[in-house]
Design a protein around this ligand. Structure first.
Ligand code: ADP
Ligand code: MG
Length: 402
């Protein structure tokens, strides 16, 4: 059977360990979009996640040129300079990291030319140039000019076609994935192209509208779909249940009906909550009250109930692959974190390949204290969702197939 480009599993990409880089200038797109507080890096998780790729390149004697965006500047914005980030990267690597206050041009070129093998330099915030987000070919070419090789390791931005994530690759004979992207493509690619069965997908969070495409895609691929969180109320309402004052995605009620009909047609099991924890309002300190499937008119559903937790956990126990996106309730309030944490623990205890995507879901797994027992926690919220929708990600498409 011939394989068309569309069917080529995304994980078959050239990776950074497969390229010769001694004495070469390697331009690496990383995601250093970290919080800054008073000129200092706050949470440096994103920097740490890129260290394996950087260390590998240093060890191989490459001249490493890092580039990233930071925040949403309109032109040059001193408060969004990457200079403090260069210092933090240096601390983490244990060697000084040079910083180029210009991104392209003669000055940047001079700094890069002065690099010794194994040395690291960080370019200033790419988004100081509007051409970055415009994927401007001249800007992409200028970025590429100083380097011999392109490596992308910024999974959080691969769904955006910007100069540094997409356009730049055209100016290199080869474009390789860093270790972080390779791991993302490996796990998410398995869920998308060759999931182990039974494959259980769990979806939650707030809005149905944002996640229609991913629900559709996972309906095709998963054996069972569990829906919790606020998203569930749109489905329950569409079935004719009382949802009280729960968060509803009114414009998507019809669509919820369609999705349920689709599930039936595909003979896929779609599990919805059968009980809830409710309150009069969502605010700190309110007590959680139990509710059956129909919610009283003056109450809102804020977590899945114990019976539902039992059913969902039982479904997870049978799985060999689990993908989870979206909390089961308003887990920011301690009274309503039980359902989400129970699902997190069930994933941790499962022998299945477990994948968690989404910023809030990743935070919930960390808060539940089980992050190190999940096979893969995706670093890209938007990117992982778009990937699971089956969409092509511009920053992945440009990487060399092998
Ligand atoms: P992720 O970031 O993992 O993709 P989302 O952003 O889609 O997840 O959804 C997370 C948000 O959904 C959280 O802020 C959570 O409070 C909210 N949420 C989940 N269930 C409910 C609920 N029953 N009522 C109100 N908000 C909810
Ligand atoms: Mg979120």
């Amino acid at each position: 059977m011939t394989t068309t480009a569309a069917q080529t599993p995304a994980l078959h990409k050239l990776t950074v360990d497969q390229v010769e880089c001694r004495n070469k200038v390697v331009l690496v797109r990383v995601d250093f979009n970290v919080p800054l507080k008073e000129g200092k890096v706050g949470d440096d998780t994103r920097i740490r996640e890129s260290l394996p790729t950087i260390r590998h390149l240093m060890g191989k004697g490459a001249k490493v040129v890092l580039m990233s965006h930071l925040g949403r500047p309109k032109g040059v914005t001193p408060g969004l300079s990457l200079a403090p980030v260069a210092r933090r990267v240096g601390e983490l690597l244990g060697v000084p990291v040079a910083f180029s206050p210009t991104v392209v041009g003669a000055e940047a070129r001079k700094a890069i030319d002065g690099l010794k093998p194994g040395a690291v330099l960080l370019l200033e915030n790419l988004r100081f140039h509007p051409q970055e987000e415009q994927n401007d070919p001249a800007f992409a070419k200028a970025l590429a000019e100083c380097a011999d090789l392109y490596v992308s390791d910024a999974f959080g931005t691969v769904h955006r076609a910007h100069a540094s994530t997409a356009g730049v690759a055209a100016f290199f004979p080869k474009a390789a994935a860093g270790f972080l992207i390779a791991k993302e493509l490996d796990f998410l690619g398995r869920a998308l192209h060759s999931p182990e069965s039974p494959f259980v997908a769990i979806l939650g969070g707030a809005k149905v509208g944002d996640k229609i495409a991913v629900i559709r895609s996972l309906l095709q691929r998963a054996d069972r779909l569990l829906i919790g969180g606020a998203m569930a109320y749109t489905f329950l309402k569409a079935m004719g249940h009382q949802v009280g004052t729960s968060l509803l995605d009114e414009p998507h009620l019809e669509l919820a009906k369609e999705l349920m009909a689709e599930a039936e047609q595909l003979r896929k099991e779609l599990l919805l909550p059968v009980d809830h924890l409710v309150a009069r309002e969502a605010k700190p300190g309110v007590a959680a009250e139990p509710s059956g499937i129909d919610i009283p008119p003056d109450r809102m559903g804020l977590d899945i109930g114990p019976e539902t937790v039992g059913r969902f956990v039982a479904a997870i126990r049978t799985a060999r692959m689990v993908v989870w996106n979206g909390p089961m309730g308003m887990f920011e309030l301690p009274a309503f974190q039980g359902g989400t944490f129970a699902i997190a623990r069930a994933l941790a205890e499962s022998k299945a390949v477990t994948i968690v995507g989404g910023g809030d879901s990743a935070a919930a797994v960390a808060e539940a204290g089980v992050a190190d027992r999940i096979a893969h926690i995706s670093t890209g919220g938007g990117a992982s969702l778009e990937f699971l929708e089956g969409r092509k990600l511009p920053g992945v498409e440009v990487l060399t197939n092998v």
